[in-house]
Unconditional design. Structure first.
Length: 240
């Protein structure tokens, strides 16, 4: 009687829960321009103080958790959630000096301070300990904007500060590699993620302080057409 060859053995089992930390670098491009701020905020309508659309850059750091299922020798699918505190920001400044020699300075500070996502992962095991994967799902982000206008004069400075923050919902997709370290529960990863967020309304609150200290307040809304963000990060996970 012929003897059947034994079925191939699964060398490495990726099935199970894991948690981890990650950190990296990101850049973002919100659809906000100086022209939009000038039109929307009548108290700061000064075309001589032009600023380009902000380009944000900075660090991210956070944690993630998920579950993997290994299918056969090569396939791995999973679900993952993550949250990142971010310091992705931009500071822009423009100064105009009038014919009387009095300067006016405008500063726009933009910051993306949080990112989160819930994603599916689909991977292929190149070797028992080395995974290539694609990932995609739903995403959330949070931004803050501060537009400051200071008009200097001999009698004192007039200061107009406008601030807004917004939550952004959208999608995220990317790819990465993950390595199980020497057959242990530790897993090292490198991944790239692209976030796409739709339009949002920025509700600015303004405080206008005159040279004599008198304050007035107001509000205006600015539509944000889009927000795109890219992140490259490394991470370390532990599989239970």
């Amino acid at each position: 009687m012929p003897v059947k060859a034994p079925a191939p053995q699964v060398v490495s089992d990726w099935t199970g829960f894991y948690i981890g930390i990650h950190g990296g670098y990101g850049w973002a491009r919100p659809g906000v321009s100086d022209f939009d701020l000038n039109v929307s905020n009548p108290q700061a309508n000064d075309s001589s103080l032009s600023l380009h659309a902000p380009r944000l850059r900075g660090a991210v750091f956070g944690g993630h958790a998920g579950y993997n299922w290994q299918s056969g020798q090569r396939g791995v699918v999973g679900l993952e959630i993550d949250f990142s505190a971010a310091d992705i920001k931009s500071a822009q400044e423009a100064t105009f000096i009038s014919t009387l020699g009095s300067p006016t300075t405008r500063t726009l500070n933009s910051k993306l301070d949080s990112l989160a996502s819930a994603r599916a992962r689909v991977g292929f095991l190149v070797g028992p300990e080395f995974l290539l994967y694609g990932t995609g799902g739903a995403a959330w982000g949070h931004t803050k904007f501060t537009d400051s206008l200071v008009r200097h004069s001999a009698t004192g400075d007039a200061v107009l500060i406008s601030q807004a923050s917004a939550n952004h919902l959208g999608w995220v997709a990317g790819a990465g590699t993950e390595w199980r370290l020497w057959g242990t529960g530790l897993m090292l990863r490198v991944e790239y993620l692209h976030y796409g967020f739709g339009s949002a309304s920025l509700a600015f609150g303004t405080v206008n302080t005159s040279p004599d200290g008198t304050q007035t307040s107001g509000r205006f809304n600015l539509p944000l057409q889009r927000l795109t963000t890219d992140v490259v990060r490394g991470g370390l996970s532990y599989k239970f």
